[in-house]
Design a protein around this ligand. Structure first.
Ligand code: LIP
Length: 251
């Protein structure tokens, strides 16, 4: 399965980069007030979907840009471009995310950031890698020394709880903060120790299914904002473990 995911995600990256090379000319459509989709998102998802479906016709498929199909025991969970706004603005921090769920559990995850030349992969129980090198979370032991990241779910900006108060509370207690714009990649940055924690609310499963597995396999804790273990896209908190209790106090 890893070989299939590896090839498909690299092909998808090439397609996204072709669109990026003519960014001024690509079509952008609004799905909602702040929810944009580009030709690139659709072309990348179509490619991933046709390749994965041809190889595993019995699996279901949940993607950001196309209707879901159900499978018997397994399904692919795909975000063709996570960080569409970053992509449209010609920035570096966007990624392609592919996860495989079997019997309700994410078994494989891959996140590829083509402009950063970073490919993160994990298989349940077998650890996580970045460009084939094993990765581990940081060993930062307190929030005062921590670099943390978040996102503001701009697509769901009309929701009352918009994360700004929480961000201000946490920012006062940490060494520094980042908002990179791709939740999938944010999870991987915790996995390889570039950040000590990441949180975001009101995400979709396809944003974080792969990234959360990669983080967990690198030693991260994956909980909701109350500390319940496991991935809840409505409230995702990923930490290096050491700073989990301090983060929970502030959520
Ligand atoms: C985006 C995320 C981003 C988050 C946005 C959005 P998309 O995914 O990864 O970090 O803050 O609300 O969900 O829509 O570009 O795939």
């Amino acid at each position: 399965m890893e070989k299939l995911i590896h090839s498909v995600i690299l092909e998808a990256g090439d397609i996204a980069l072709q669109f990026r090379s003519r960014l001024d000319a690509i079509q952008v459509t609004k799905k909602g007030a702040k929810d944009l989709v580009t030709e690139a998102d659709i072309a990348v998802e179509n490619h991933i979907r046709s390749r994965l479906t041809a190889a595993t016709p019995e699996f279901g498929f949940l993607g950001e840009e196309s209707p879901e199909t159900e499978g018997k025991t397994s399904r692919w969970i795909v975000d063709p471009i996570d960080g569409t706004h970053s992509f449209i603005h010609g920035q570096y921090f966007w990624s392609i995310s592919i996860a495989l769920e079997s019997k309700g559990e994410i078994s494989h995850g891959a996140v590829y950031a083509p402009l950063l030349h970073e490919l993160y992969m994990a298989e349940k129980g077998k650890g996580a890698t970045r460009n084939d090198q094993t990765i581990r979370v940081s060993d930062t032991i307190d929030l005062a020394s921590a670099m943390v990241g978040t996102g503001f779910a701009c697509l769901r900006a009309e929701l009352g709880d918009n994360n700004l108060e929480r961000f201000c509370r946490i920012a006062l207690r940490t060494m520094d903060q980042r908002r990179f714009g791709s939740a999938a990649l944010d999870c991987c940055l915790v996995a390889d120790g570039q950040m000590d924690a990441f949180w975001e609310q009101h995400l979709n499963l396809f944003d974080v299914a792969a990234g959360a597995l990669i983080a967990e396999e690198a030693g991260a804790t994956v909980t909701d904002f109350a500390g319940n273990p496991g991935l809840n896209p409505e409230a995702v908190l990923i930490t290096n473990g050491e700073i989990l209790s301090e983060m929970l106090e502030l959520m």
